[in-house]
Design a protein around this ligand. Structure first.
Ligand code: SF4
Length: 248
């Protein structure tokens, strides 16, 4: 088990040079009804179900370095070409290099909604970033929780169970700072009682958080192989085709 904040600081140094961060792709994506997407490199977790596993593991050497101005320009160009009204950073963990992210945000037109997808560890550990994000009212933060209990989180991500607390803190910090946010939860490994307890815990932070977004495991062949190697059983999953997968 590793300390994800320590790992994150290490990886952040590997994927940045000056103001630039490594990215592996810029693309139009169908999610959220259409969104311009910049896929960054570098993460502080090692989720067994990660669809970007190769990118996470090759982050220091894959892709190319891009300054904030270039990232903002590429996102805006894609959005204009596709008539999208939404932008995002995705791929690995966008908050890993917060100064770079804030510089990108500062260079984006304010009339585009920006969806920040994060595992919530950095925003939970360092409260000041929520205040900095509040300067951008077009930002909406989707905090993705990896499992419903500290033990599940640790089994799924490889990180110390104590870090399970950080996304809850992130939600608290964001709400206190007036930043729009919601929670998403990987539920495929969680029994009903764990889901219920999680819902109560989120509702205690804010009643609206009880209505969280359910994430489901997608059994891409490399993901299925990793799960089998580790002997991890899931309770529900989908095949890449979208059909329900047979039970593990
Ligand atoms: S937090 Fe996201 S990018 Fe990072 S390992 Fe987990 S699923 Fe992959």
């Amino acid at each position: 088990m590793f300390d994800p904040l320590k790992l994150g600081r290490h990886v952040a140094r590997q994927v940045t040079r000056g103001r630039a961060r490594r990215y592996y792709r810029f693309r139009p994506a169908r999610f959220y009804g259409g969104i311009a997407t910049a896929d960054c490199l570098g993460c502080n977790l090692r989720c067994v179900f990660c669809w970007a596993w190769q990118e996470v593991h090759h982050a220091p050497v894959w892709g190319r370095l891009h300054e904030p101005e270039a990232v903002a320009a590429r996102l805006t160009a894609i959005a204009k070409a596709r008539h999208y009204s939404q932008l995002r950073l995705s791929g690995n963990e966008p908050t890993l290099v917060m100064p770079h992210l804030l510089e990108v945000l500062a260079r984006l037109p304010k009339d585009y909604a920006f969806i920040l997808e994060t595992n919530g560890l950095v925003l939970g550990a360092e409260r000041q970033w929520a205040g900095e994000l509040a300067a951008f009212p077009q930002v909406f933060v989707r905090v993705s929780l990896k499992g419903c209990t500290p033990e599940e989180f640790s089994r799924l991500t490889g990180a110390r169970p104590e870090a399970f607390e950080l996304p809850f803190l992130a939600l608290e910090h964001l709400l206190a700072a007036g930043v729009d946010c919601h929670a998403a939860v990987m539920l495929s490994f969680s029994p009903p009682q764990a889901r219920t307890a999680l819902r109560k815990r989120l509702a205690a932070i804010h009643p609206a958080l009880a209505d969280y977004e359910a994430e489901e495991l997608i059994l891409y062949p490399p993901v299925a192989a990793r799960l089998a190697r580790r002997g991890l059983k899931y309770l529900s999953a989908r095949l890449p085709s979208g059909e329900p997968a047979p039970p593990a």
